[in-house]
Design a protein around this ligand. Structure first.
Ligand SMILES: Nc1ncnc2c1ncn2[C@@H]1O[C@H](COP(=O)(O)OP(=O)(O)OP(=O)(O)O)[C@@H](O)[C@H]1O
Ligand SMILES: [Mg+2]
Length: 472
C-alpha cells in the first residue's frame, strides 16, 4: 500500500484529492491542512510521497520541505504552485523537491506524475540484496547467482559500497544492469539520499542535456523559464545514467567535467553550479568499439571505466537457472493457486535454452508458464513455443554449437531479417557446400545432404547454383 500525504490549507483542494485518489487501489491518502500538522504526522505515517502547496499560512511549502528533508531526505515531494510563483518552485527544486505542478492541475497529468513519483520512491526503498535472500525480508530484491562470475560481481558491489567511486556496468540486454546499479546504491553511504535513474536513450538528444543540467530562461526556443536539472536536484544523492553509450558527445563533455571537478553550467547559463553526486553508468553497447568509432569520448570512457562490472550473459552461467526459476516462482504473489514447482524435464529445457534476452527473457518465460499452467507444477508444454519445441534429446552446449542451438540461432537470424527467406537461403548454402566438398559429384553430394539425386538437381536448378560454382 503506497501512502500519499497531501498538505494544503485550502479545503477545496483537499476535497478534490479525496475524489481523485481517495478510492484508488493500493493507495492510501492522508491530508493535512498545514505544514505544522504535516510535520507531526510524518514520523508516524512515513508517507511514500508528499504533495504540498507552496503558499500556505504558517509554515510555507519551502520551509516545510526543508524540515521534512532534515528528517528524511529521500521521500519524493511534489510542490503545487499557482501561475506566477514558478520562482518559488525553482527554489523548491533546489531544495530537492521531486517535481512541481501548476494549479489548477490537469487530472490525468497529476495522476501520471503521482504514479511516476511513487515508482521512484519504491525504487529507492527496495534494498537490492546480493547476499543469500532472507525469507522475512520481503523488502529486499534479490540478485540471484551462485555461479563464479556472479560471485565476482557481488564482490565488486561490496567493494564499491564504502567508496564514492564511479561505476560502469556493462552486459547484454536483460542481464541485470539496472538491478546491480540499485544494489550499489542501496549498499552505499548515500543510501539515505535520493537515487535518480535516467535512460539516456529514451530522451531526445537535445533535451537530455537540459534534463541533466537544467537550463536558464531563454536558453533555447521553448525555454520559457529557468529549470533545475537532475544533477542539481539530486545533491548528495546518486544518479544512474542508463544506456550511456547513446549519449551525445556534447553531453558527454559536460558529464566528464562534473566527474573531474564537480561543477557544471545550466544550458544557456555561465554561472558554474556545484554538484555532489555519485554516478553509476550502464550500457549494453560494446563501449570500447563506440570509442574507436569516435562516438564516445575516450577520456570519459577511462574515467567511467575505473570500476567496471561486466555482467555475464545467462548462457554463460546456466548453473544459476534453477535458482532463478524458483526465485521467480516464489515472487509470484498475484495468484496463490499458481504452481510453485516445475517438472524436471521442463527445467532441463530452460537450462538448455540460449536466452538471447538473458534473465529478463527467463523471467517472462516463467511468468507465461505460470499463466498457462493448469496443475500444481509447471510442465513442458507450458513453456513458450520456441523453448518448448527444442529437441529434448540434445542440449545445445554453451556455444549453441549443435543442431538445436544452430536452429535457435538461425531462427533468431530469420526473425531479424524477415526479408530473407530462411529455409531457401539455408538450403542453397547447404547445396553449394556439399557440391564444393564433393568436387561437383551430385551422387555423393545428395547422399551427404540426405536427399535424392533428383531433389538435388531440382535445387541446383531452382537456386541457379551451377553458375555460382563455375564462377567461384
Ligand atoms: N541476477 C538476477 N536475479 C534476479 N533477477 C534478475 C537478475 N538479473 C536480472 N533480473 C531481472 O531481470 C529483469 C531485467 O533486469 P535489468 O532491467 O536489470 O536488465 P538490464 O541489464 O538493465 O537490461 P537492458 O539492457 O535491457 O536495460 C528485471 O526484472 C530484473 O529484476
Ligand atoms: Mg536496463
Amino acid at each position: 500500500m503506497d501512502k500519499l500525504l497531501l498538505i494544503d490549507d485550502e479545503a477545496d483542494v483537499r476535497y478534490s484529492f479525496e475524489r481523485i485518489f481517495g478510492q484508488k487501489d493500493g493507495l492510501e491518502l492522508r491530508t493535512a491542512g498545514s505544514g505544522e500538522e504535516a510535520l507531526e504526522l510524518v514520523p508516524r505515517l512515513k508517507p511514500d510521497l508528499v504533495i504540498m502547496d507552496v503558499r500556505m499560512g504558517g509554515l510555507t511549502g519551502i520551509e516545510t520541505l526543508q524540515r521534512l528533508r532534515e528528517f528524511d531526505s529521500k521521500t519524493p515531494v511534489i510542490l503545487m504552485t499557482a501561475f506566477g510563483t514558478t520562482q518559488t518552485a525553482i527554489q523548491a527544486m533546489k531544495h530537492g523537491a521531486y517535481d512541481y505542478i501548476l494549479k489548477p492541475f490537469d487530472v490525468p497529468k497529476l495522476e501520471e506524475l503521482v504514479a511516476k513519483a511513487l515508482a521512484v520512491a519504491r525504487s529507492m526503498k527496495q534494498v537490492v540484496s546480493y547476499e543469500p535472500l532472507l525469507e522475512e525480508e520481503d523488502y529486499d530484491l534479490g540478485i540471484i547467482g551462485k555461479s563464479v562470475p556472479m560471485q565476482e560481481v557481488f564482490k565488486t558491489i561490496g567493494q564499491l559500497a564504502s567508496s564514492d567511486a564511479t561505476a560502469l556496468i556493462t552486459g547484454e540486454s536483460g542481464t541485470g544492469k539496472e538491478l546491480v546499479a540499485r544494489a550499489i546504491y542501496s549498499h552505499s553511504q548515500r543510501s539515505e539520499y535520493p537515487y535518480l535513474a535516467i535512460n539516456c536513450a529514451a530522451i531526445p538528444e537535445n533535451l537530455l542535456e537540459s534534463e541533466l543540467f537544467g537550463h536558464e530562461k531563454g536558453a533555447f526556443t521553448g525555454a520559457t523559464s529557468q529549470r533545475i536539472g537532475k544533477f542539481e536536484q539530486c545533491d548528495e544523492g546518486t544518479i544512474f545514467l542508463d544506456e550511456i553509450g547513446d549519449m551525445a558527445l556534447s553531453t558527454q563533455t559536460k558529464i566528464l567535467r562534473v566527474l573531474q571537478n564537480g561543477t557544471f553550467e545550466r544550458v544557456g547559463g555561465n554561472r558554474s553550479v556545484k554538484a555532489d553526486v555519485r554516478l553509476i553508468a550502464a550500457t549494453n553497447k560494446p563501449l570500447e568499439e563506440v570509442v574507436s568509432t569516435g562516438d564516445f569520448r575516450e577520456d570519459l570512457f577511462y574515467r567511467l571505466n575505473v570500476v567496471r562490472i561486466e555482467l555475464p550473459a545467462l548462457r554463460e552461467r546456466r548453473e544459476d537457472i534453477p535458482q532463478l526459476v524458483s526465485y521467480f516462482l516464489s515472487q509470484n504473489s498475484l495468484n496463490p493457486k499458481a504452481p510453485k514447482t516445475i517438472q524436471a524435464d521442463a527445467l532441463d529445457r530452460l537450462q538448455a535454452h540460449d536466452w538471447p534476452g538473458n534473465v529478463r527473457e527467463l523471467e517472462n518465460a516463467v511468468r507465461r508458464a505460470l499463466v498457462m499452467a493448469k496443475g500444481e507444477s509447471i510442465v513442458l508444454d507450458n513453456l513458450p513455443p520456441d523453448i518448448f519445441s527444442q529437441s529434448s534429446t540434445s542440449k545445445p552446449d554453451a556455444d549453441g554449437d549443435d543442431l538445436v542451438g544452430l536452429s535457435a540461432k538461425l531462427f533468431r537470424w530469420a526473425r531479424n531479417n524477415p526479408e530473407l527467406k530462411v529455409i531457401p537461403a539455408v538450403e542453397r548454402e547447404l547445396v553449394i557446400n556439399a557440391l564444393k566438398e564433393t568436387g561437383g559429384n551430385q551422387v555423393q553430394a545428395a547422399k551427404l545432404l540426405g536427399i535424392t539425386r533428383a531433389t538435388l538437381r531440382k535445387r541446383i536448378e531452382k537456386f541457379s547454383i551451377q553458375q555460382e560454382l563455375s564462377v567461384g
